[in-house]
Design a protein around this ligand. Structure first.
Ligand code: NAD
Ligand code: SAH
Length: 404
């Protein structure tokens, strides 16, 4: 049985929005004569995006955006069954990871599609890779933050679209996608029960909200830590107990970080933790839980796939997936229907870029028409109808004269 091929076909079956876009691409060929380089979590849904771009006439080269998130079955099928240029495998070293990013850039792409900013940074630092570049897209929150720093520092050399901030991306991907898949990754790697556990969620942004609410739904007793007063109040009013990490970690069974910031759980915090605490991260980098600090004290021992045990201050501390994104490194990533939305935004934004070629090297929002189009197709393929404002209602909301 060809597992990778079957996984891609299963994803295609449920990615009904991008299927419509693919039909348009097949007829229009918006990327005819163009090369597209991608660095994304290389699994079945990403394969569907790559094949959609290929259907649109592009020559596509794909690398991973995380050393642990490649699905090797899918990577093999993309090469063997779909003749795609693929440079990724699960467990690549940091050196191999960067070599692979260089390989996908060596095709001298017209468009790049990045997740996290590593591919973009390489393209900026090595001008031989960006000769043909008209611009690209960035998938995630931390990648967009990095792009904005590049823009501010005056080093961004081409236009980049901020896919993360499209409504049809973060409202569903970051919240419901991370919510479900983080639980999936934790349950997968530990096989422990969530109900009744004291769970601390660090960060109540789009991802943290999703995780905290899904944990609550599964019966956990959830505490939230924050640095932003507005988000902290939102968490409180959503029914969570808010307090600093130093307090929250006492008696915690499980801590999940989703902040995009380093050192959220440090060695110092472990002093207050109980024996047997489990630590997981759903944020961008593997430094939200200070695993490097732990490793300096004692070497982690693999006690189960994706679970390492550390002996710190005479306590057992279990770290999932080496502190990397637990939903992707120890789970299957976001559910298919969620990635259908994010990748439909990616596909339509790439077409917009190919057709409109904005010239200024800035970070651009996804055009509203793209966001709206994905929402409309989603409603259509799901058979959902909604009301329309009447002429009278439009007049009413636009008039300042009509009062009570
Ligand atoms: P966000 O900006 O909406 O939320 C981050 C929250 O963390 C903010 O509310 C911020 O105030 C809070 N925070 C910052 N430092 C903190 C600290 N020291 N302690 C407690 N809270 C702190 O961002 P988001 O969209 O929720 O993304 C969060 C991270 O997850 C990013 O790194 C992003 O790239 C990543 N991400 C991961 C996935 C995934 O599949 N695992 C999906 C989307 C985004
Ligand atoms: N390079 C970073 C990327 C951050 S991951 C890292 O690995 O450290 C966060 C992004 O992964 C999200 O914005 C989400 O859109 C994407 N993602 C989540 N599940 C995915 C999946 N199953 N397939 C592809 N991408 C996925």
């Amino acid at each position: 049985m060809n597992e990778g091929f079957n996984k891609i076909k299963w994803a295609e079956e449920w990615m009904k929005v991008i299927a419509r876009i693919r039909e348009e691409f097949r007829k229009e060929k918006p990327f005819e004569g163009m090369k597209i380089s991608m660095a994304m979590h290389l699994e079945a849904k990403t394969a569907v995006l790559a094949l959609t771009l290929k259907e649109g006439g592009a020559q596509v080269s794909v690398a991973g955006c995380n050393p642990l998130s490649t699905d090797d079955d899918v990577a093999k099928s993309l090469k063997d069954d779909f003749d795609l240029d693929v440079h990724a495998w699960r467990g690549m070293t940091s050196t191999e990871y960067y070599e692979n990013l260089k390989k996908v850039l060596s095709i001298e792409p017209h468009i790049i599609i990045d997740d996290g900013g590593d591919l973009t940074t390489l393209a900026i630092k090595n001008s031989e890779y960006s000769k043909n570049l008209i611009g690209g897209n960035e998938e995630t929150t931390t990648g967009v933050l990095r792009l904005k720093s590049m823009e501010k520092a005056g080093v961004l050399k081409f236009p980049m679209f901020d896919v993360n901030d499209a409504l049809m991306k973060h409202l569903f991907d970051n919240r419901y996608g991370t919510g479900q898949s983080t639980l999936d990754g934790i349950m997968n790697s530990t096989n422990l029960i969530i109900a009744g556990k004291k769970v601390v969620v660090a960060g109540y942004g789009w991802c943290g909200k999703g995780i905290a609410n899904r944990m609550k739904g599964m019966g956990a007793v959830v505490f939230v830590t924050e640095v932003d007063p507005f988000k902290a109040i939102e968490a409180k009013m959503d029914g969570f107990t808010v307090m600093p990490m130093e307090e929250a970690i006492k008696d915690a069974d499980l801590v999940v970080t989703a902040t995009g910031v380093k050192d959220v759980v440090t060695l110092e915090h472990i002093k207050s933790a109980k024996d047997g605490i489990i630590l997981a991260n759903a944020g961008h980098f593997n430094n939200e839980v200070a695993v490097e600090e732990f490793e300096k004290v004692t070497k982690g021992i693999e006690v189960r796939r994706n679970v390492k045990k550390y002996n710190l201050f005479n306590k057992k501390v279990f770290v999932l997936a080496d502190g990397r994104l637990v939903n992707l490194a120890a789970g299957q990533g976001h559910p298919v229907e969620i990635m259908d939305l994010s990748f439909s935004i990616q596909a339509l934004t790439a077409r917009y870029l190919a057709k409109n070629e904005p010239r200024e090297p800035k970070v651009y929002p996804v055009p509203e028409e793209v966001d709206r189009r994905v929402a409309e197709i989603f409603l259509k393929v799901n058979g959902i109808e909604i009301d329309k404002l009447t002429e009278e209602q439009i007049k009413y909301i636009n008039s300042w004269e009509e009062g009570t």
